[in-house]
Design a protein around this ligand. Structure first.
Ligand SMILES: CC(C)(COP(=O)(O)OP(=O)(O)OC[C@H]1O[C@@H](n2cnc3c(N)ncnc32)[C@H](O)[C@@H]1OP(=O)(O)O)[C@@H](O)C(=O)NCCC(=O)NCCS
Length: 232
């Protein structure tokens, strides 16, 4: 088997999305991207193609690692190897090439997130010196029942300029967020506010003439914060 490690380049999102989907086909949570959503994700999270690597086996893409950098902080924003070619050192080689490139670009720290129970990834990273720093929690929410007219008025969400939303989050204590929830990432999302009481940065929210409704197919998928006086 011949293995060639190459940095990514602009315009690789098409085959990379295909590789990503093959590598994540057995992932415990759905992880399917098309070329445009992958390109958006890379832009949103400051993944730099030239600091990211793919391993090609016999000329075909088999493994990838995405490197992102913000100042002196860097992050691995995703990595995967197609199932048939795992445990042959490809993930490790893509990771090491990415870490080298991030270091050469000025990174002093590199972070990443793994799902609890993803032993393969944990071992891959821990053997290269990554240590668990904290545990992150995610929440899901069922679509709530339709609100009555009075409540709809009371809880009305209006579009807000993303810079203003980020400013509020900062004042309300949005510190040390994980990479994808840092202001640089959130700046790519539309923002909604409930008066001066709460803000939500929501991918997939349908906007409309000054007010916004919970969309029928996809709930808001973004972080939010309540102003301190409105917290319990
Ligand atoms: C995690 C993943 C990228 C590893 O890719 P890979 O190409 O198989 O990794 P490597 O062959 O380079 O393995 C390097 C080391 O990682 C560890 N490792 C990899 N897979 C492992 C597994 N299934 N169980 C335990 N340790 C594992 C081992 O220490 C391994 O070294 P060894 O084979 O000498 O024991 C791959 O399993 C994968 O694509 N998983 C699905 C997507 C995913 O979970 N991505 C990571 C989170 S974003």
């Amino acid at each position: 088997m011949s293995v060639e490690l190459r940095p990514l380049a602009d315009g690789d999102a098409g085959w990379l999305a295909e590789l990503h989907n093959r590598a994540f086909a057995d992932y415990p949570v759905p992880a399917v991207l098309d070329a445009s959503s992958l390109a958006f994700y890379m832009d949103e999270t400051d993944v730099r193609p030239e600091l990211s690597f793919a391993a090609h086996v016999d000329g075909r893409p088999a493994s990838f690692c995405l490197g992102a950098i913000r100042g002196r902080s860097a992050s691995i924003r995703g990595e995967g190897t197609v199932p048939l070619l795992r445990r042959r050192g490809l993930g490790d080689r893509a990771l090491m090439a990415t870490l080298d490139a991030l270091g050469a670009a000025g990174a002093r720290t590199v972070g990443l997130e793994v799902l609890d129970g993803n032993q393969a990834a944990r071992r891959l990273y821990e053997r290269r010196g990554f240590e668990v720093r904290r545990r992150l929690l995610g929440h899901t929410l069922r679509r709530p029942p339709r609100l009555g007219l009075l409540d709809r008025r009371k809880y009305r969400l209006a579009e807000l300029d993303p810079d203003q939303a980020l400013d509020r989050l900062d004042r309300w204590g949005w510190h040390d967020a994980p990479w994808q929830l840092q202001p640089q990432s959130l700046a790519h999302l539309p923002a909604l506010a409930m008066g001066d009481q709460a803000v939500v940065m929501a991918a997939g929210v349908a906007g409309g003439s000054g007010s916004t409704r919970w969309p029928s197919t996809r709930p808001p998928a973004g972080p939010g914060s309540a102003a301190p006086p409105w917290r319990r």
